[in-house]
Design a protein around this ligand. Structure first.
Ligand SMILES: Nc1ncnc2c1ncn2[C@@H]1O[C@H](COP(=O)(O)OP(=O)(O)OP(=O)(O)O)[C@@H](O)[C@H]1O
Ligand SMILES: [Mg+2]
Length: 245
């Protein structure tokens, strides 16, 4: 992937296949092209060479034909400040022209799933950063996407809130079975969440390691203090160090 302006070669050729329903994490040094890769998968960017498909269709085709196949969660919750929590979760459903009664039912269910049913009428500025991110997750999942792309969604949160949201995200994934591609700088988060950790080299980024995470689901916070967990995060850190040098 080469950006036309400035001719930045962001990504080297990447051959990556995600299985349906899989949870994959993507780590790599800053500026190596992780966000670029996610934007390519989402069809927000066209590759300068090669092709990309989701469930046998090109990502551009998926985006145009069936927007709710794919959802994106960014580092900033990016909520509409003048809409209350329920109104924010409802946005993608409104864009899809879903009837009001169905929308209301779906929003209510999503807020229950992320534990915000008591805050449906609250405006975003009244919520903590972690709660705002829950709203953002609820909004992304409201349309029941089959692929969820997350670009450092919890990077701005404190460690405890991040851990809680990691557990919550796994619960949502367990319920819905979407395919997840999760970008993070945090090797503990990558290991806790995913079934495989993809390590990207510095720019132009390519995937230099694909590390299997053997822990069974459901996972809970006790996993973080297991010796095997420490061993695995050590392996990922070392791979990341090599990839960054
Ligand atoms: N629209 C653009 N035009 C030109 N260059 C770009 C554009 N978007 C990104 N780049 C460049 O592509 C490279 C990869 O950027 P990208 O944002 O994908 O990295 P990243 O791995 O997500 O970094 P970080 O970890 O800091 O978020 C960088 O050198 C960046 O400057
Ligand atoms: Mg990025």
């Amino acid at each position: 992937m080469v950006f036309p302006r400035g001719g930045v070669r962001a990504l080297a050729p990447i051959d990556l296949q995600l299985n349906r329903g899989e949870f994959a994490a993507l780590v790599g040094p800053s500026g190596c092209g992780k966000s670029t890769l996610l934007r390519l998968v989402a069809g927000l960017l066209e590759p300068t060479a090669g092709s990309l498909s989701i469930e046998n269709r090109s990502s551009g085709e998926v985006r145009l034909s069936n927007a709710h196949t794919l959802s994106f969660v960014f580092q900033q919750a990016a909520l509409l400040p003048w809409r209350h929590v329920a109104g924010n979760v409802s946005v993608p459903l409104e864009l899809e022209g879903i009837s009001k009664s169905e929308r209301n039912a779906r929003v209510e269910e999503m807020l229950r799933l992320v534990g915000l049913e008591d805050f449906a009428r609250a405006l975003p500025h009244r919520l903590s950063g972690g709660m705002q991110m829950r709203v953002s997750l609820a909004r992304a999942l409201a349309t029941q996407p089959s692929v969820l792309l997350l670009d450092e969604p919890f990077g701005a949160l404190d460690e405890i809130t991040r851990q809680r949201l990691n557990e919550e995200l796994l619960r949502l994934w367990g319920n819905d079975g979407f395919t997840a591609l999760f970008v993070t700088h945090n090797v503990y988060e990558a290991a806790f969440l995913s079934q495989r950790v993809l390590v990207m080299s510095k720019r132009p980024g390519q995937i230099v390691a694909d590390i299997a995470v053997p822990f069974e689901y459901p996972r809970d916070s006790s996993l973080r203090s297991e010796p095997e967990f420490a061993r695995l995060t050590g392996d990922i850190s070392r791979a990341l160090e090599v990839a960054s040098s």
